[in-house]
Write a protein that binds this ligand. Structure first.
Ligand code: IMP
Length: 199
């Protein structure tokens, strides 16, 4: 039964852990890198979300030999030809500052009419030595100034379709009604469910 499966989530981002645990509830126990005693700054050198997600799960599998998954997420802005995309974390430089990234985004969008954007998450699951990828997309708009204190990253300037509030104005539960990460996680859970009924 997959409920008793030991699955490491290959991330050091506590926000991602909280969001995914909120989706999973009691259905699946995930173990964070911290809980597994792994201190690793996992590289993300590739130019697609898919390749980075695969690289991160492969890295942790090589280190532990355990079943694991990772995720890579990007904000894809239509008027910026899909940027910052895979470069979302380092958009304004290697210091990975959320505020500097948002400032750069707002300044690059200042003269644009089209403010549509989407978050895209790719999860890479490595189980029994085999890989599966799951994608989750959330469409929305970039507003002109920050609103809200919750969440992380670009949350203060992103309003998902179907709401008039930014992700940073939403509780975890509310964000998870719309979230890209939630949609990808649900596909992961459906796959694991199917796997366990076929065993
Ligand atoms: P990565 O998947 O850790 O490489 O994340 C890339 C960057 O995208 C993060 O540093 C955040 O700035 C941003 N990001 C990822 N997920 C979210 C989200 O759910 N909301 C807002 N920003 C996010």
């Amino acid at each position: 039964m997959y409920k008793h499966m030991k699955l490491i989530f290959a991330t050091n981002n506590q926000h991602k852990v909280d969001e995914i645990r909120n989706v999973l509830g009691q259905t699946l126990d995930i173990i964070t890198l911290k809980e597994a005693g792994i201190e690793a700054d996992i590289p993300e050198p590739y130019d697609t979300l898919e390749a980075n997600a695969s690289g991160k799960s492969a890295y942790i599998f090589q280190l532990t030999g355990a079943d694991c998954f990772s995720e890579d997420t990007g904000l894809e802005v239509a008027a910026l030809n899909g940027e910052p995309g895979v470069k979302s974390a380092r958009y304004a430089g290697e210091h990975r500052s959320f505020d500097a990234n948002i400032d750069k985004l707002l300044s690059n969008l200042a003269a644009k009419q089209d403010r549509s954007a989407r978050f895209r998450t790719v999860i890479s699951l490595l189980i029994d030595g085999k890989e599966m990828l799951f994608e989750g997309i959330c469409n929305g708009q970039i507003i002109t100034e920050k609103r809200g204190e919750l969440g992380f990253g670009y949350d203060p300037v992103f309003i998902p379709e179907g709401s008039d509030r930014t992700f940073a104005e939403m509780s975890l539960e509310e964000k998870n009604r719309f979230s890209h990460r939630k949609k990808a996680t649900e596909k992961l859970v459906a796959f694991l469910n199917k796997l366990s009924t076929n065993h």
